[in-house]
Ligand binder design. Structure first.
Ligand code: ADP
Ligand code: MG
Length: 617
């Protein structure tokens, strides 16, 4: 009995892209299908540890490639775990992993990049349709009686037929398209396997008629001595474990011996993988016990802030039949984690000495790495030392150490300002007093910055403070530029502040003078300990309801020319409206400089036009 089932909408969309747009690199279908066959064998090998009775159904693991020129087919067969009917529907009828909406969103139109996404998004199987106009999957799950044949042309549906005579495992028959005949050629297949799948730990066998030939070296790369491995081999291995297309930025291969023995082959990619910012913050690390694959879902092995590190850990210090629960509890995992974290940080430190090189790393992974400043981990000071920031002093990244070295003799604290846009941040009025005093300020533009600054508040004994709430050290540091106009007389100043307060009473909580402004008349701050303006905007942008602007304080620069003019006009009856309008316009301008929306842009525009008119008189 044949059953016809429609693909889920997102699958159709992905198939359409895979078939019609992502054509230039179609050879990767082989890597994806071999990778699935290898995963299936790993899964069965693991299942056998827990259910040894399954063993009588299977032989030794292998993956067969059978080109058939007469039929124009390429068949890829494994004797792995196989699939039951539900598996077929769920895995080959939907998008397995994170959902294709995200996949489709991340497509760039650049074929090379888009291809890289295919493997990563778990649409690997569908890449078969790049080379085949019909795909048949024959499969039976280990331990089951029932086998199934899945068939599709990649249009909008597939069929499933029961066939219990099938052996355990999966056979995928590709009916090759006219322009994909090259994948029948043994030379081509040998070459592709060597390039993409050489490290696969089970034999990949090319079958031509009765002739069988193993075409991969099937040795776990990480078990071989470093000296025997070429850069090219490391790169191929990296690309194959992480489904990536870039070169590794850093390769770490070492054997740890001591309380826990393990071998690590770890990579830091050059380019950020697509899933770096997914909420599960999953890492891409594989755990092997004595060369047997155990799991790649290992939150206990890699801290979130290093989740971009990919690769393999192999240890003999765990039993082969280690269970999920045991992985969560055993101190072995904690010890390995500690070991690899230490190693990675040490290597990063070495690489950070070459600034241009390190900047590449930082641009790709700095945002994630800074999460380490926020997490309650013991190595926070080391993490901090590896962080880089934009600064006001020059257009180059700086570290905490370099910042501290650049501090003025009287300066006691590290200063920062947060925002979303670097250019806008550089022009923020809050920086004026610091620039005038020659004080360097860190410019923090990543959302995560708002969070770590609340928990990592000190580096090497120096407090990390917002420019909005400076320490008393600022007063001790002289203005480097010409001194400004004098301040206002106390009485006049009080009167002006009161007037400003009256005009802006619904928008700001308080109005006070400041000596941190040199060029602007006004600036906005939030009181110390309150949410910063930047964080407030970020939360609103994410649809969070927060009390509107209730706790803002307007700072007034009593040495500014405009403020002097206002103070001068304040008692004159005939300029009453003009003074009020001017205060309102100056305030709206302050909001614009901060990147805030105006409450009433039309009114602002009208007032401003009036002032322009006066100016043109
Ligand atoms: P991924 O491998 O990233 O999960 P794929 O699209 O490559 O995504 O495969 C989807 C799913 O289909 C796999 O997770 C697996 O459950 C199933 N699958 C694919 N090929 C095989 C196979 N040869 N044997 C068993 N299951 C398979
Ligand atoms: Mg896959």
């Amino acid at each position: 009995m044949e059953e016809k089932i429609e693909f889920k909408a997102e699958v159709s969309k992905v198939l359409d892209i895979v078939i019609h747009s992502l054509y230039s690199n179609k050879e990767i279908f082989l890597r994806e299908l071999i990778s699935n066959a290898s995963d299936a064998s790993d899964k069965l090998r693991y299942a056998l540890l827990l259910h040894p009775e399954l063993a009588k159904q299977t032989g030794s693991f292998k993956i067969l490639l059978e080109p058939n020129e007469k039929e124009n087919t390429l068949t890829i067969t494994d004797n792995g775990i196989g699939m039951n009917k539900d598996d077929l529907i769920n895995h080959l009828g939907t998008i397995a992993r994170s959902g294709s909406a995200e996949f489709i969103k991340s497509l760039t139109g650049d074929k090379q990049k888009d291809m890289a996404l295919i493997g990563q998004f778990g649409v690997g199987f569908y890449s078969a349709f790049m080379v085949a106009d019909k795909v048949i999957v024959k499969t039976k799950k280990a331990g089951d009686e029932k086998g199934y044949i899945w068939e599709s042309t990649g249009a909008d549906a597939f069929t499933i037929t029961q066939d219990n005579s099938l052996p355990i495992g999966t056979s995928i028959v590709l009916y090759l398209k006219d322009d994909a005949k090259e994948f029948l050629e043994p030379i081509r297949l040998r070459h592709l396997v060597r390039q993409y799948s050489d490290h696969i730990s089970i034999p990949i066998i090319l079958k031509e008629g009765a002739k069988e030939e193993t075409i991969n070296s099937a040795s776990a790369l990480w078990t071989r001595p470093k000296t025997e491995i070429t850069t090219e081999q490391y790169k191929d291995f990296y690309q194959s474990v992480s489904h990536a297309f870039d070169d590794p930025w850093m390769t770490m291969h070492y054997k740890a011996e001591g309380t826990i023995d393990y071998t690590a082959l770890l990579f830091v990619p050059t380019k950020p993988p697509f899933n770096l910012f997914q909420p599960d913050r999953k890492s891409n690390l594989q755990l092997y016990v004595n060369r047997v694959f155990i799991s790649d879902d290992l939150p206990e092995l890699m801290p979130f802030y290093l989740r971009f590190v990919t690769g393999v850990i192999d240890t003999n210090d765990l039993p082969l039949n280690v269970s999920r629960e045991m992985l969560q509890k055993t101190p072995v995992m904690q010890k390995i984690k500690k070991g690899i974290v230490k190693r990675i940080l040490t290597e990063l430190k070495k690489r950070s000495e070459d600034k241009a090189d390190y900047q590449k790393f930082w641009e790709s992974f700095g945002i994630v790495f800074k999460e380490g400043l926020y997490e309650p981990v013991e190595e926070r000071d080391e993490i901090a030392a590896l962080c880089r920031f934009n600064q006001t002093k020059e257009d180059a990244l700086t570290s905490f150490d370099e910042y501290i070295a650049s501090m003025k003799p009287e300066q006691e604290n590290i200063y920062y300002l947060t925002g979303t846009d670097l250019q806008a941040l550089k022009n923020n009025p809050q920086l004026e007093g610091f620039a005038a005093r020659g004080i360097n300020v860190l410019l923090l533009t990543d959302p995560i910055d708002e969070f770590w600054i609340q928990t990592y508040q000190e580096h090497k004994g120096k407090k990390i403070l917002s420019v909005m709430h400076p320490g008393s050290d600022i007063e001790k540091i002289k203005l480097e530029n010409e001194p400004q106009e004098a301040g206002l007389e106390k009485e006049v100043e009080d009167k002006l502040l009161k007037r400003i307060k009256d005009v802006l009473k619904d928008t700001v909580k308080d109005v006070k003078t400041t000596d941190r402004l040199t060029k602007s008349p006004f600036a906005l701050i939030t009181p110390s300990g309150m949410m910063s303006l930047n964080l407030e905007r970020m939360m609103k942008a994410h649809g969070q309801q927060i009390a509107m602007n209730s706790d803002r304080v307007l700072e007034v620069n009593p040495r500014h020319q405009v403020i002097h003019r206002l103070a001068h006009l304040i008692d004159k009856k005939e300029s009453e409206t003009m003074v009020d309008d001017a205060i309102q316009v100056l305030f709206d301008q302050t909001l614009i400089a901060e990147g805030e929306p105006l409450k009433d842009p039309a009114a602002f525009s009208k007032r401003l036009t009036n002032f322009v008119l006066c100016g043109l008189d």
